[in-house]
Design a protein around this ligand. Structure first.
Ligand code: CO
Length: 134
């Protein structure tokens, strides 16, 4: 059985990274270790490590991505939680066997080589869940 290892990151949808940093970095005192353009995701992402996990502030850079539509519809706020798993293909098979609705039926590979897949929020009480295998 595939095993969830930890919360890899929590992603927060923002419409302005700099103003969001006033809370996450300046008020809370978290360090932003990286600010990266992610063209494949049509987003700009600020990374703020917290223990062994990260807060990611994610800003869409186009109007037509899923994230951009989410922001337009619901405004800024928590977007998804990412769980790191030891065997993503095994976990997806396990979820499918239970009838859990998935956005990605099979793992996708990110620009950094990590494998990821999203579970449909309908299956998780309204929470968008991302699975990661490093
Ligand atoms: Co993510």
């Amino acid at each position: 059985m595939a095993i969830i290892k930890k919360i890899n990151h929590v992603a927060v949808a923002v419409d302005d990274i700099e103003s969001s940093l006033a809370f996450w970095r300046d008020a809370l005192g978290l360090e932003m270790t990286e600010l990266r353009d992610a063209p494949a995701e049509a987003a700009q992402i600020a990374f703020l490590p917290v223990g062994g996990s990260e807060i990611e502030l994610v800003r869409p850079t186009t109007d037509d991505s899923g994230l951009a539509k989410y922001l337009a519809k619901r405004g800024p706020g928590m977007h998804h939680i990412c769980l790191e798993v030891d065997d993503i293909a095994g976990m997806l098979a396990q979820l499918k066997a239970r009838g859990v609705r998935l956005i990605n039926e099979s793992p996708r590979t990110g620009a950094d080589g990590r494998q990821y897949a999203f579970v449909h929020p309908e299956a998780a009480g309204g929470v968008l869940v991302e699975l990661y295998q490093i």
